[in-house]
Design a protein around this ligand. Structure first.
Ligand code: PLP
Length: 434
């Protein structure tokens, strides 16, 4: 399998090259040159996430230097459960379940992609003595997941850049509690400044001479591939149980999570409708409605991990569905305000006894808006992207109760913080790296 740039398809790379580069030399994103085809029968006898993931990823790894390591990478990355939990209550008798992606070390779905990428990077052949530096700009969640995934891996260092004062206290703790091979830089600027610094570092010849630089942001194909596997597993389980295709509702920002679902469907997994829930950053819903692509500055919301005004994975979605009318048939979208997601958290806690994180609440609100016919047709799967205890400032006042913190997260919250503050300049970043 080779991977081509979304911009110049004549530029192709092996999987290992695509993983190491992150972004194609022409600024495009890597996509499979052609999608393998797999049917439910190809997964006979495979039920666990590791079994399904290994089978699903085999053709994506075929011919690459990492192919013999696929099983080990999957086993290393998926060392936490990704359960599909029936949503009971509400008295409707509807077939609806929650895909819980938040049982990893930092309690959010980005652990899946980050751990897989780290497990892959650790096995990539490298020039002796040349350390690999992973630069990651984060608006909150990604950096913690990447730091957790790469922490204590030999010959790899991680530099996390986050905007000073613009992440929640609990997020900041998860960005700065690591030490060892993880360095945390508090940048006096915005998330866009952090991203700009990472781009400038990549373009800087002197930095690249001393070290191998790579990124772990959601544009890396090594984050998307493992995410496709939980859609494969959940849809296969649903298919075997009901003989029907699973419909998913995905809270979306940069579109990495939902793109993985689109890819799994493209491969041939039994996936029906894909409905995207957005906060008021509505570039994608507006595009689906109008056919006009208008990226814009991001707006801050309670579902902050989805505050993306110009989702980078749009380029991959349009690459797969270049015709607007075709894309409109492939996915649909809803927009949910902070007031609506807050109300949904209260309503569903009473109805189902479940407490959503602000992002998952957008999926739950989107589900509640389905027509009675669509909801009854099912089966529906709500994708739950984070544990509510990551967002106590938002959730606890709404529910009037204290959230129980899962043990892995509790451990991180008890570690000391260490971070250096820098201005948003390349010179300051270079000095910090020296
Ligand atoms: C990143 C994130 C999202 C959005 O996922 P995308 O892949 O950017 O669409 C949703 N919820 C949580 C908790 C996240 O961390």
């Amino acid at each position: 399998m080779r991977y081509a740039s979304t911009r110049d398809p004549s530029h192709t790379a092996t999987l290992s090259e695509a993983l190491a580069r992150g972004i194609a030399p022409d600024g495009g994103l890597y996509v499979p040159v052609e999608f393998p085809r797999l049917a439910a029968d190809d997964f006979a006898g495979k039920a666990t996430l590791t079994e399904v993931a290994t089978r699903f990823l085999e053709p994506f790894f075929a011919g690459d230097a990492l192919a013999p390591d696929l099983h080990a990478i999957v086993a290393d990355a998926f060392d936490f459960p990704v359960p599909l939990v029936e949503l009971e209550g509400g008295g409707s008798g509807r077939d609806v379940a929650v895909l819980e992606l938040f049982h990893g070390p930092t309690a959010a779905f980005k652990d899946v992609g980050a751990r897989f990428l780290a497990a892959s990077f650790a096995r990539l052949p490298r020039q002796a003595g040349r350390p690999l530096s992973i630069l990651v700009a984060t608006s909150g969640d990604t950096g913690g997941a990447v730091a957790a995934a790469f922490h204590a891996r030999p010959q790899i260092e991680v530099i996390v850049l986050y905007p000073k004062g613009l992440v929640s206290p609990r997020q900041e703790q998860q960005l700065t509690c690591w030490g060892g091979n993880v360095r945390s830089l508090t940048v006096r600027g915005t998330f866009d400044d952090c991203q700009g610094l990472v781009k400038a570092a990549f373009a800087d010849a002197s930095l690249r001479q001393a070290r191998e630089l790579s990124s772990a942001n959601s544009i890396n194909v090594g984050r998307l591939l493992p995410q496709a596997t939980y859609y494969a597993q959940a849809s296969l389980a649903t298919w075997r149980r009901t003989g029907k295709k699973a419909n998913f509702i995905v809270p979306s920002g940069n579109l990495g999570n939902v793109l993985a679902a689109v890819w799994a469907k493209q491969v041939g997994l039994p996936i029906g409708e894909l409905v995207l829930g957005f906060n008021v950053n509505r570039a994608v819903p507006d595009y689906l409605a109008s056919g006009e692509w208008r990226p814009r500055p991001s707006i801050a919301t309670l579902a902050s991990a989805m505050d993306v005004g110009n989702p980078s994975n749009m380029e991959r979605l349009v690459n797969l569905h270049p015709v607007w009318t075709e894309l409109k048939h492939s996915v649909s979208a809803e927009v949910v305000t902070d007031a609506e997601l807050s109300a949904r958290i209260k309503t569903d806690r009473a109805r189902y006894g479940r407490t959503w994180c602000p992002h998952t609440a957008i999926a739950a609100e989107t589900y509640a808006r389905l027509s009675a016919a669509a909801a009854a047709a099912g089966p529906w799967i709500l994708v739950s992207t984070a544990h509510p205890a990551k967002f106590p400032e938002t959730i606890e006042p709404l529910i009037g109760a204290t959230l129980e913190v899962p043990p892995a997260l509790a451990r991180l919250l008890s570690l000391p913080r260490q971070a250096s503050e820098i201005p948003a300049t390349l010179a300051a970043l270079k000095a910090a790296l020296a």
